[in-house]
Design a protein around this ligand. Structure first.
Ligand SMILES: [Zn+2]
Length: 71
């Protein structure tokens, strides 16, 4: 496996990202807890050159939410 694949919760947006993951982390701030509905938000950083939206790009309205301190 040399890539990751994923989607948003409804499946409208699908993406793929080439490995390797350069950094992975969990954030326990209250904004990430609310956004993910969990005790933490989990994140993985990959090179933008290997990242592609495969489906549903028209559904994305903002890729850098201003309220996320680590976005
Ligand atoms: Zn956070």
């Amino acid at each position: 496996m040399n890539q990751l694949q994923g989607s948003c919760l409804c499946g409208g947006v699908r993406y793929r990202a080439a490995l390797p993951v350069s950094h992975a982390s969990h954030c326990y701030c209250t904004m990430c807890q609310k956004q993910h509905g969990a005790a933490a938000g989990s994140y993985a950083n990959v090179a933008s050159a290997g990242f592609a939206i495969e489906q549903g790009a028209h559904l994305i309205t903002d890729t850098k939410p201003a309220w996320l301190p680590h976005a």
